[in-house]
Ligand binder design. Structure first.
Ligand code: SAM
Ligand code: SF4
Length: 328
């Protein structure tokens, strides 16, 4: 099967799979306090369906699979899913983005099943601020989840943080210090218009430039070369070996180097987080489509990929699906 190329010649090799839209937290920048109308179970791909589709993506040149959500550790079969992906040929690298709450229990079995790396979301190391931001008092669980990930060898353990104006923007240097002390690799991500509440406000955005400026009041940052298609610009902190990454999705987009493709928990292929359309695989899959037919649908969706996300343009329209249902 040929590779997943679009009209600009970008080739998708990194597949993000959302395995559930549910979550144990209610982060302010992601979903409302009351949660969301969750996907009905019958609309979600079963493990066998999901593994078949991921296998087709791998035949189409995908070399890294990242499991996400919603909260991926809420999927009861998550360890079996990792083992199933690890059994594909050629075996892709397997990563996960998680809020970390259940890693204390699951890090070791996930590693044994074949998980290679983990990104844990942690926006603050202050218990009260964590509770305000996520609407749950669970900071201690994330801390033990991070320790378990490091002990299990899911290294380098990466931490994702989003800075929100008036909530945790004044403590970015403190989060970096905390991560450096523990050997975790921190990356700040600009807040994107992907919240279910559509409350994102460009004028309140804590930009990557502002995060860098705040960090530089306390640390010396030296840009590291060799970014390639990685969204994070990485910096050596002081004299190293610690580093920090800054992902400027909004103010310094990296769409021209994008190598992503996405599969939602209900079997839709998306060529971009910000896409306003998607291609259904679940219907054809359940009506007996062959691997070749599914591959053609995936290739078609990727071929249509837009040059850029267009945030800030007058005609920008926030996608109907929130981040938690697309897979971040
Ligand atoms: N629940 C898992 C977690 O939080 O890591 C996985 C899904 S979550 C949607 C994936 C990542 O997206 C997290 O690092 C989260 O902080 C980030 N995220 C969620 N909403 C965002 C937004 N509006 N802008 C930028 N990042 C966001
Ligand atoms: Fe859940 Fe992740 Fe969204 Fe927070 S960012 S509410 S942990 S899906």
């Amino acid at each position: 099967m040929s590779v997943l190329v679009d009209q600009l010649g970008r080739v998708a090799t990194d597949l993000r799979v959302s395995v559930t839209d549910r979550c144990t937290l209610r982060c302010q920048y992601c979903m409302p306090a009351e949660g969301l109308p969750w996907m009905p179970p019958e609309e979600m791909l079963t493990d066998a369906e999901l593994l078949r589709v991921v296998g087709i993506f791998v035949e189409l040149g995908v070399t890294q699979v990242r499991l996400t959500g919603g909260e991926p550790l809420l999927r009861r079969s998550i360890v079996d899913l990792v083992a199933g992906i690890a059994a594909l040929t050629p075996r892709p690298k397997i990563a996960m983005t998680t809020n970390g709450l259940a890693l204390g229990r699951l890090a070791a079995p996930l590693k044994a099943a074949g998980l290679d790396r983990v990104n844990v979301s942690l926006d603050t190391v202050d218990r009260g601020v964590y509770e305000t931001l996520t609407r749950r008092d669970r900071l201690a669980d994330v801390e033990s989840g991070l320790r378990a990930a490091a002990e299990a060898g899911l290294t380098p353990v990466k931490v994702n943080a989003v800075a929100m104006r008036g909530v945790n923007d004044d403590s970015v240097a403190e989060v970096l210090r905390w991560c450096l002390e523990r050997g975790y690799e921190l990356r700040f991500i600009e807040q994107m218009p992907l919240d279910a509440q559509h409350a994102w406000d460009r004028s309140a955005l804590v930009t990557a430039a502002e995060v860098r400026e705040r960090l530089q009041r306390r640390f010396t940052l030296t840009p590291l070369p060799g970014r390639g298609s990685a969204p994070a610009q990485r910096y050596l902190v002081d004299d190293g070996p610690g580093t920090v990454g800054v992902i400027a999705s909004v103010t310094e987009p990296f769409c021209q180097a994008c190598d992503r493709t996405r599969l939602t928990a209900d079997g839709q292929v998306r060529n971009c987080l910000f896409s306003n359309r998607e291609t259904d695989l679940r219907g054809p899959l359940r009506s007996g489509a062959t691997d070749e037919q599914l591959a053609a649908l995936i290739r078609g969706e990727m071929w249509r990929k837009a040059p850029g996300h267009g945030i800030g343009r007058a005609d920008f329209h926030q996608p109907d699906r929130p981040m938690s249902a697309i897979g971040g």
